[in-house]
Design a protein around this ligand. Structure first.
Ligand code: NDP
Length: 498
């Protein structure tokens, strides 16, 4: 059967390169479980060659004036916006996300970050500081790039993740070898081609394909100065352990099990809309999902009623239909994982199933083989249930009832994870007090999920290390050099004649 896309090769040294392993894997359309393209797998010598290309490009790119780098990055952002619909179409086929989402979020929010850092460095954002110590002495600092960096992406926001990593990396003057998830590899080459068309010199951005072993070879390579990783906590701990043991810089964007606290005075409509977005957007495959929804016991009846009234607005269906806002899960293996959590919720945890369940939802005949799942809500959940404690990464909401806000905050923090958190309340003082007490790196008040380029995002506890985006995001791609200058003309030595 002819596949929808030609075979994908690797990209390094400014051009497409065939992989030398002779091995391939297929990427599938999750909506129909049909193959889309053969992807060539990088051998270790291909990975070394890509790293070599990035190493060769580093001296010149790192010394290119920030304003000149900014022009190239801005042009790449413009090209991405021009090609938005075409790229979004491929993302939809590869990831299973509805086109209503990929065409309005994935490419757009990636290009925004590129533009943000282009403006940032073009406007002097990489300047150091000067501190006058004495009349004749001062300290100045320089922000220096790190060198060749590795970017490892997850499958839930493929091109957005690639852009959030590469934008700050390249703006800071580093070069990058990027490995997409094997479940969603199609965007990699497209992004490399866009960068090249924008004027990025050969070797500055390179792409290799393959599974975890390819990622492991890349991230442990001695030339790699920094690893920026997005993925599961368990993989992240492994990768961070090996990288930091070799004194590489790391940024880890990992999983979460985030709490959303509805206060007794919250606007019901906003709180329910927030909970729906925090659980069913992108079919629940968002790292910052607010999957533990804490609701006052007194609101149980109204909250559940309103949730059930909104569930029909979750519309699974053909991914390019403009009504569809809910796609399948991204792969067979992930589907199996999510379904087994739903089964556990019913059979072992014995939570109350408000709606959804493990059965396939009603989708058209030609989509029956895809990895579809029903939006599922459990109520009367308790803190010890596996559906409440573990990241499911699917459309499964756990509603937990509480008696006092203090109790809700304390229970919300009883987790090893700390990616995101949020509160819904009309009381301004309470909003800030609760947010201040929640142990998470990304928090929202009376909203959920928006993550603009200006906002630094990253997890606390086991949800990660460091941040992406915003002014702080670029610091993670730079090292500091402090220089003390003394003009007194004499060195204050202790080794003088007594
Ligand atoms: P994984 O940890 O399974 O994989 C992430 C990436 O790491 C993939 O490219 C994977 O390759 C690669 N990889 C696997 N093993 C290794 C290794 N030993 N060395 C180097 N790289 C390796 O995560 P998922 O792809 O399943 O992504 C989902 C997870 O990502 C969720 O937990 C989610 O919360 C988290 N996430 C966090 C975000 C954040 O910003 N905090 C944002 C988005 C997602 P391959 O897949 O090809 O095997």
């Amino acid at each position: 059967m002819a596949l929808s896309f030609p075979p994908r090769q690797l990209y390094y040294g400014g051009q497409v390169q065939p992989a030398s392993s002779g091995k391939t894997f297929q990427t599938l359309n999750p909506a129909t479980a049909t193959p889309l393209a053969d992807i060539q797998i990088a051998s270790t010598s291909d990975i070394d060659a890509a790293i070599g290309a990035a190493e060769k490009a580093f001296p010149s790119w790192s010394q290119t004036p920030p304003i000149a780098r900014a022009r190239i990055l801005q042009k790449a952002a413009n090209l991405l916006r021009e090609r938005n619909d075409e790229i979004a179409r491929v993302e939809t086929l590869d990831s299973g996300k509805a086109y209503t989402e990929t065409s309005t979020v994935d490419v757009v929010t990636g290009a925004d970050v590129l533009e943000y850092y282009a403006n940032f460095i073009g406007g002097g954002g990489l300047n150091g500081e000067t501190t006058q110590l004495r009349e004749d002495a001062w300290v100045y600092t320089k922000k220096a790039p790190l060198g060749v960096c590795a970017g490892i992406g997850a499958w839930n926001y493929p091109i957005q993740i690639a852009l959030w990593k590469s934008a700050a990396c390249l703006a800071a003057g580093n070069t990058m070898v990027y490995k997409p998830s094997e479940f969603t590899p199609l965007h990699g080459l497209t992004l490399a081609e866009v960068y090249t068309e924008a004027g990025l010199p050969a070797g500055v951005f390179n792409v290799i394909n393959g599974a975890g072993d390819v990622g492991a070879h890349l991230t442990s390579h001695p030339t790699i100065a920094k690893v920026s990783f997005t993925g599961q906590v368990a993989t992240g701990m492994k990768v961070a352990g090996s990288a930091s043991g070799n004194m590489k810089y790391v940024t880890m964007e990992l999983g979460g099990k985030s709490p959303l606290i509805v206060c007794p005075d919250a606007d019901l409509e906003s709180a329910v809309d927030g909970a729906m977005m925090a659980n069913f957007y992108s079919t629940g495959q968002v790292c910052t999902n607010g999957t533990r929804v804490f609701v006052p016991r007194s609101m149980k009846a109204v909250f559940e009623k309103r949730l059930l009234e909104k569930i029909p607005f979750v519309r699974a269906g053909p991914l390019f239909d403009e009504q569809t806002n809910f796609g399948p899960l991204s792969s067979a293996v992930h589907h199996e994982k999510v379904i087994s959590y739903i089964r556990n919720g019913i059979e072992k945890d014995r939570a109350t199933l408000l709606c959804g369940g493990p059965e396939k939802p009603n989708v058209p005949q030609d989509l029956q083989a895809g990895y579809w799942v029903k939006p599922t809500i459990f109520t009367d959940c308790t803190d010890s249930m596996s559906i409440v404690k573990e990241e499911i990464f699917g459309p499964v909401m756990s509603v937990l009832y509480y008696d006092t806000v203090e109790e809700a905050v304390q229970r919300a923090n009883t987790t090893e994870l700390g990616l995101a958190a949020g509160v819904f309340t009309k009381d301004l003082n309470q909003a800030h007090r609760v947010i201040d007490q929640l142990q998470a790196g990304i928090t929202w008040i009376n909203t959920w999920g928006e993550s603009p380029a200006e906002m630094a995002v990253g997890g606390w506890k086991k949800s990660g290390l460091g941040v992406e985006n915003g002014r702080r995001g670029i610091e993670a791609w730079l090292q500091n050099k402090s220089t003390l200058v003394d003009m007194s003309g004499a060195v204050a030595t202790v080794f003088a004649k007594l």
